[in-house]
Design a protein around this ligand. Structure first.
Ligand code: HEM
Length: 509
C-alpha cells in the first residue's frame, strides 16, 4: 500500500497542474492563427520564410496578426495598419522592448547601446542624448558632412561621364563616407577599409543562424564556430575604436579645445572610466548630470549610427534611381521640375527643396515600395491582447512595414510605382501618424535619425538627377531591369543598379 502513496501523490499533483492550466487558459484570448508546428521545434522548418516577402505570403493565408513558434520562441507578425496602430501607439508601453539574439547581445556589449536597449530609463536617457547631441539639426557638422560627401560623389560621377557607373556601389560608398565623417570627423580613406571589414563581419554575425537562440539548452552546440567569431569580431572593434577614442582624447588635451566637432567628441563629453555607470543613471533632468558613458557605451552607440545610417540611406537612394530608370515618364517629369525650379546654370540648394514637389513624391513612393528596414523588430514586456488574440510576454513581434505599404486595402495598385498618388489630398504621410505608411516606424522606437536620413536622401537624389542625364547600359530596356531585392538588416536590390551618366547642367561640377 505504502508503495502506492508516492505515485498517487504525483498523479494528483499532475491533475492539479492540468486543472490550473485549463482554468488559466479558459479566461484568456486565443493565440493568433498560424501554421501548425511540430513538437519542440515548432515552425522551425519554415525558417527560410522569415523574410518580409515570406511573412507577407503567410499573412495572406493566416491574417494580419499571425503566430509562429520557433523552438521555445514565440513570434507574432503584424501586417495591417490597424494592428500596427494597436502595437505602436495604443499599447506601445508593452511593445517597445527590442528582441536580441545571443550574437546581438554580445556585439552590443550587452545592450549598452540605444537601438537594442530595452525600453526603460536607460534607453530613454540614451535616446535623449543621441537625439540632442548626435542627430539634431543643431549639430551642423553632420549636415555639413552630407553636403561635402554628396559634392564629392558628384565629382566622381562627373569623372566617369559617358561610362557605365555602378550606382549601387557608388551610393553605398557615399553614405558610408557621410556617416564615417560625421562619427569620427575625418574623411580619409585610412582606417575606413578596416572599419568596413569589421562592420561586414558584424552584419553577417547579426544574421547568422544560432540554434541556441531558439532552444537555449543547446547552447553548447556550435558547429559554425560562432563563439570564436563573435569574440574575434568584438576584439577587432575594441582595438579600432579604442584607438580612435584615444586619439580624440589626446587631441583634446593638446589643443585644450572644447569645441566638439564629431560624434565621438560629443560622446566623450559624457565619458566616465567608472564601469559601474554602464547602463545606470540618476534621475536628473540635466543630461550631463544624469548620464555617464563608458567606452562600451560609446562603441555600441557608434555601431548603432553606422548600421542605422549607412545601408538604410544607400538602399533608398539606389531604389529611387532604379524606379525612375524603369519609369522614363516619371524621370522626365522630375528632371523637368528640377530644370524649372533650380535652372541648369547652378546646382540644387537646400532652399529649393520646398519647391521640388514631384521629387518629394518620388522619394515617398520609393519608401512606400522599398522601406529600407522592411521588418520592425519589437518584443513584448508583458502579456498582451491584439485584435482579440493573446500575445505572451517576451514574444518577438515583427511589424511588416513592407507588407503594410503594399496593403491593397490602403493603396490603389499597391505594387505599381506611381509617385503622383502623393499629390492627392489626404494621402498617408510617413511622419508616423498614418499606420498605412511607416518606413521610419512610429512612436517611441521610431527612427531618431529620420531628419538626417531624409536630408541625405533628398540631397543625393536631387544632385544625381539635376547634374546628369542617366541611361541604362548596353541598350537595356527599362522593362528588362531586375527589380528583385534581398533580405538582411535592410532590403537592397539583389543586383546593383548600373547606369550611364552624362552632364546636364551648364555650371562646373
Ligand atoms: C532613409 C533612412 C532611414 C530609414 C528609412 C530608417 C528607418 C528606421 C526604422 C524603421 C527604425 C526602427 C523603428 C521601429 O523599430 O519601430 C529605425 C531605428 C533607428 N534608426 Fe533609422 N532609418 C533611417 C536613417 C537613419 C539614420 C541616418 C540614422 C543615424 C545616423 C538612424 C539611426 C537609427 C537608430 C539608432 C534606430 C534605433 C532607435 C531605437 O531603438 O530607439 N536611422 N530606423
Amino acid at each position: 500500500m505504502d508503495s502506492l502513496v508516492v505515485p498517487l501523490l504525483l498523479f494528483i499533483l499532475f491533475l492539479v497542474a492540468i486543472v490550473i492550466l485549463v482554468v488559466r487558459r479558459r479566461g484568456r484570448a486565443p493565440y493568433p492563427p498560424g501554421p501548425k508546428g511540430l513538437p519542440i521545434i515548432g515552425n522551425m522548418s519554415i525558417m527560410d520564410q522569415l523574410t518580409h516577402r515570406g511573412l507577407a505570403k503567410l499573412a495572406n493565408q493566416y491574417g494580419g496578426v499571425f503566430y509562429l513558434r520557433m523552438g521555445f520562441l514565440h513570434m507574432v507578425t503584424i501586417s495591417t495598419p490597424d494592428a500596427a496602430r494597436q502595437v505602436l501607439q495604443l499599447q506601445d508601453n508593452i511593445f517597445s522592448n527590442r528582441p536580441a539574439t545571443i550574437a546581438i547581445t554580445y556585439l552590443t556589449y550587452h545592450r549598452a547601446d540605444m537601438a537594442f536597449a530595452h525600453y526603460g530609463p536607460f534607453w530613454r536617457q540614451m535616446r535623449k542624448l543621441c537625439v540632442i547631441k548626435l542627430f539634431s539639426r543643431k549639430r551642423a557638422e553632420s549636415w555639413q558632412s552630407v553636403r561635402d560627401e554628396v559634392d564629392r560623389a558628384v565629382r566622381t560621377v562627373m569623372a566617369n561621364s559617358g561610362k557605365a557607373v555602378n550606382v549601387g556601389e557608388m551610393v553605398f560608398c557615399l553614405t558610408k563616407n557621410i556617416i564615417y565623417r560625421a562619427a569620427f570627423g575625418c574623411s580619409s580613406q585610412e582606417g575606413q577599409d578596416e572599419f568596413i571589414g569589421i562592420l561586414q563581419e558584424f552584419s553577417k554575425l547579426f544574421g547568422a543562424f544560432n540554434i541556441s537562440d531558439f532552444v537555449p539548452c543547446l547552447g553548447w552546440v556550435d558547429p559554425q564556430g560562432l563563439t570564436a567569431r563573435l569574440t574575434k569580431a568584438r576584439a577587432a572593434l575594441d582595438s579600432f575604436i579604442d584607438n580612435i577614442i584615444d586619439q580624440h582624447m589626446e587631441k583634446k588635451k593638446l589643443t585644450h579645445n572644447n569645441e566638439q566637432t564629431d560624434m565621438v567628441d560629443e560622446l566623450l563629453a559624457f565619458y566616465t572610466t567608472n564601469s559601474d555607470h554602464s547602463n545606470k543613471l540618476s534621475q536628473s533632468d540635466d543630461l550631463h548630470n544624469s548620464i555617464k558613458l563608458t567606452k562600451d557605451n560609446i562603441k555600441a552607440i557608434i555601431m548603432d549610427v553606422m548600421f542605422g545610417g549607412t545601408e538604410t540611406v544607400a538602399s533608398a537612394i539606389e531604389w529611387a534611381m532604379s524606379e525612375l530608370m524603369r519609369s522614363p515618364e516619371d524621370l522626365k517629369r522630375v528632371q523637368q521640375e528640377l530644370a524649372d525650379v533650380v535652372g541648369l546654370d547652378r546646382t540644387v540648394e537646400e532652399s529649393d527643396f520646398d519647391n521640388l514637389t514631384y521629387l518629394r513624391c518620388v522619394l515617398k513612393e520609393t519608401l512606400r515600395l522599398h522601406p529600407p528596414i522592411p521588418l520592425l523588430l519589437h518584443e513584448t514586456a508583458e502579456d498582451a491582447v491584439v485584435s482579440g488574440y493573446f500575445i505572451p510576454k517576451k514574444a518577438r513581434v515583427m511589424i511588416n512595414a513592407w507588407a503594410i505599404g503594399r496593403d491593397p486595402n490602403s493603396w490603389e495598385e499597391p505594387d505599381t510605382f506611381k509617385p503622383a498618388r502623393f499629390l492627392k489630398e489626404g494621402v498617408p504621410d510617413f511622419k508616423g501618424n498614418n499606420f498605412e505608411f511607416i518606413p521610419f516606424g512610429s512612436g517611441r522606437r521610431s527612427c531618431p535619425g529620420m531628419q538626417l536620413g531624409l536630408y541625405a536622401l533628398d540631397l543625393a537624389v536631387a544632385h544625381l538627377l539635376h547634374c546628369f542625364t542617366w541611361e541604362l547600359p548596353d541598350g537595356m530596356k527599362p522593362s528588362e531591369m531586375d527589380m528583385s531585392d534581398v533580405f538582411g538588416l535592410t532590403a537592397p536590390r539583389a543586383s546593383r543598379l548600373v547606369a550611364v551618366p552624362r552632364k546636364r547642367v551648364m555650371c562646373p561640377l
